[in-house]
Write a protein that binds this ligand. Sequence first.
Ligand SMILES: [Fe+2]
Ligand SMILES: [Fe+2]
Length: 283
Amino acid sequence: MNFDIDRYVASVAALDDSDIDYDDFRRHPLPDDALRCLRYMHDVEHHTVCYLRDLLVTRAHDDPVITTFLTMWAYEEFWHGEAIGKVLRAHGEIAGRPRIDAARERVGSGRLGTLGTMFASMLTEHIVTVSLTWGAVNEWTTQAAYVRLAQRTGHPTLAELVRRIAKQEGRHIDFYASEATRRLENRRAQRMTRWALTRFWTPVGSGVMPHEETVHLITYLFGDDEGAEMARRIDRRIDRLTGLSGMALIDGARRDYALTRSADDGRRDDAITGSVDDLQSAA
Ligand SMILES: [Fe+2]
Ligand SMILES: [Fe+2]
C-alpha cells in the first residue's frame, strides 16, 4: 500500500457542506445521547492542532512527506470540527471558540506530555513509527465512530454529513496505515510500537475529554453487537500490521469502558435503592 502524497495534496479541501440543510436539525432534532457524542467529536476534532504540536517535536518533523501530510490533515480536521459545530448550534448549543476555549482550559497546556514526547524522540528514532501507527489506530476508530453515529441515529441529514467526514478520515487512514506498514518492517520498531500501544494507548479524545464522556461515547456507539463487531474489525486491521497481531486493543478498550458504564449504573442503582430504602424507613 503506497500513499501518493501529491495526489492527496491536490484533493485536500475544506469539508463541502454547502448543500447540507442544517435547519433540518431544528425540525428533527437529534436525541440527547447523539448530541453528547457530537460535543465530544467537536472538541476532539478541534484539538487536532494540539496533537500536531506533539507530532512535530519528534523526528517526524524532519520528513517533508510527513510534514506535508500533517499540514493538510490539521486543515481537514479543523473543518470537521466546524461542521459539527453547525449541528450543535442548530440545537441551540454553544460551539466553536467558546467550546474550544473551555476544552483547552480543562486540559491545560500539556507541556509535560510534549516534553516527554520530545525526550523519547531524542532516545529513539522509532518514536515516529509509534506515532504514525498510533495515528492509524485513531483514524480507524474515528471513522468507525462516525459510521456508528449515523447508524444509531438514523437521521438522514446527519448521516450525509458524517459520511462526508468519514470519507476524508479514510484518506487519513491511508496515509497513517501506509507509513505504519512500511516502518514496521523494522523489528525494533515493531517491538517498541507494540509495547507503547499495549501500555499507553487509550481511545481517541480520552486524554482531553472527561472520563464519563468517553464512557458515554463508547457505550452508545460500540456497546451493542454491531459496535462490538466494528471494534473487532478494527482489531483485525491492526492484526495485519507486522508485529502487532493479537493485541485486541479496540475490543479490549470497548469492554473496559462499557464495563465502567455498567459498574457506574450498578452503583447508581444501589444509591437509588438506598435512597428509596432511607425514604421508606423515614416514612
Ligand atoms: Fe476528523
Ligand atoms: Fe482524521
